[in-house]
Design a protein around this ligand. Sequence first.
Ligand code: ADP
Ligand code: ADP
Ligand code: ZN
Length: 215
Amino acid sequence: MNIILMGPPGAGKGTQADFIKAKYRVPHISTGDMFRDAVKKGTPMGQEAKKYMNEGKLVPDQVTIGIVEDRLAEDDCQAGFLLDGFPRTINQAEALDKVMDKLGKKIDAAINIFVPDKILIERMSGRVSCKECGTVYHLVFSPPSQSGKCDKCSGELIQRSDDNAETAVNRLQVYIEQTSPLLDYYKNKGLLKDVDGNRDSKSVGSEIESILNGL
Ligand code: ADP
Ligand code: ADP
Ligand code: ZN
């Protein structure tokens, strides 16, 4: 099962990816998480990526395609994978097709979670995540039981630096300009599955589950 999870920033990709990976036991490959990890570790790639992420811009394709290509060649991806936040440009999608050809594989579905812009801004502005284990919460929609503390590990909850109002708006604009053309790209291949993400996350998850079971 080789799946792409698409949708604008804040649509719920990471939240749904957590459900899917637990149920179908496929590795969750989030380019955003990979970049944030590299930033945290201060690697040269992280230092480069940080400049773009802080402004809500896309990290250049050359860097992004390279890390995904390496990741997909790893052993744990051989029985399937879940890509979250990649591809985000036509160039990345074409590069992914080439990598898949080379590996003798194909994409089975591109799941597009769609949500109105106003709700996306609310979701980004209230998003916090655990500094230790990465679990994502929302201050209003899915708050932790104790303020500022992770339910799972008691780690400190922090806000992503790119979830501030100005950068969030930039990210939405970048999505419209550079990523939304991918919807037609996958539609034309017969792979696009639209899912209404403006519902509680369980309902969204059930619909995704029925799509995956029907593949
Ligand atoms: P993405 O990975 O697409 O940027 P996330 O999964 O991190 O999105 O979700 C963004 C924020 O919205 C998080 O704070 C998350 O807890 C919250 N969220 C996710 N799905 C829903 C939903 N269906 N309803 C309400 N809030 C949601
Ligand atoms: P969200 O879906 O909430 O915007 P992500 O965690 O997927 O967040 O991405 C955070 C940031 O990481 C993006 O704004 C961008 O700077 C960078 N990034 C992630 N994936 C890609 C990608 N495929 N191509 C270029 N930049 C990316
Ligand atoms: Zn935690």
